[in-house]
Design a protein around this ligand. Structure first.
Ligand SMILES: NC(=O)c1ccc[n+]([C@@H]2O[C@H](COP(=O)([O-])OP(=O)(O)OC[C@H]3O[C@@H](n4cnc5c(N)ncnc54)[C@H](O)[C@@H]3O)[C@@H](O)[C@H]2O)c1
Length: 271
């Protein structure tokens, strides 16, 4: 490894199990010499898998519901105490739609569910940055990254209200990123990742078809969770100091494709 994060301190949200993108980011950050605190919703902690990751990476765990300002404030204060100073990097790897979970169609959601999913998946990013910014908890040239999906720009019918949540999340990255950059020299970006087989991913109806289609459309194939972690590490490192306010596609080229020869094969009517 390259010691890309040597001496850097971070907070990693969203490692649920070994499939989670955040889990891979934590493993890679550890390999690159970072120290960090792991956090997830108290309910996710009960499954216990995160303890294994904490042990493996020598990290402490602080439970926090990312919709609670009280929990986030406690998380940031405790993290600075544990890590002995300000924070250099933060990963927001959180997504959940209650409408998807309860099988509500996009055209007829339950709006309480819509509000809850929006709060968890998008507004939580604003809340996290609110606490970091107002407590002056980030070091200069720090980096904040959130994970997103291309349904924010294009139609993927079964992605449901998560499409709207991701559009909102990406907008927050730009709007908050402006103030964070101007006032604290902190960069804020979103990574728009390929479909990836995780707990959140597989909650989307017809996810395997989705994933296979993207694989066949992308010249480099889908990006894996580990490859996403590698890209995230580069954004936490000092090699990307002037990259900010961006939505960065990490998708093997899918987002710029019209059609691939492989996909065309399925639509040929004559030899
Ligand atoms: N899997 C994919 O296909 C894919 C593609 C593009 C982007 N993403 C995004 O990547 C991120 C990580 O998802 P993943 O695929 O690793 O799945 P995952 O299910 O492993 O991670 C989602 C995490 O969100 C956490 N979470 C839910 N509610 C929370 C709350 N109130 N407070 C704090 N944490 C909460 C969960 O506990 C879980 O750890 C999400 O933002 C997701 O939308 C995933």
């Amino acid at each position: 490894m390259y010691n890309l994060l040597k001496g850097k301190k971070g907070i990693i949200f969203g490692a649920l199990n070994a499939e989670s993108i955040a889990w891979k980011v934590a493993e890679r950050a550890h390999e690159e010499g970072a120290e960090f605190v792991l956090t997830n919703a108290p309910i996710a902690m009960r499954m216990g898998a995160i303890n294994e990751l904490a042990e493996k990476t020598g990290s402490q765990i602080i439970p926090a519901d990312a919709t609670s300002m009280e929990d986030i404030t406690n998380l940031v204060e405790q993290s600075m105490e544990i890590l002995g100073g300000k924070i250099d990097f933060v990963l927001h790897s959180i997504g959940m739609s209650v409408n998807v979970r309860k099988g509500k169609h996009y055209t007829d959601p339950k709006y309480d569910f819509t509000t809850k999913g929006w709060d968890v998946s998008a507004v939580s990013f604003h809340k996290v940055m609110n606490v970091l910014y107002n407590k002056n908890a980030m070091n200069e040239w720090g980096s904040v990254v959130a994970l997103t999906y291309m349904a924010a720009q294009r139609v993927f019918p079964d992605y449901n209200d998560m499409a709207d949540n991701k559009a909102y999340l990406e907008s927050i990255a730009r709007s908050f990123g402006y103030f964070f950059g101007r006032d604290h020299k902190v960069r804020v970006n979103t990574i728009s990742q390929s479909p990836t087989m995780t707990t959140a991913g597989s909650g989307v109806k017809g996810f395997d078809a989705f994933l296979n289609y993207a694989e066949e459309m992308s010249p480099l194939g889908n990006a894996s969770a580990l490859e996403c972690a590698d890209y995230t590490i580069s954004l936490f490192s000092d090699l990307t100091k002037k990259v900010t306010l961006q939505n960065l596609f990490h998708d093997g080229g899918f987002s710029n494709m019209g059609i691939s020869t492989k996909v065309m094969e399925n639509f040929k009517t004559e030899e």
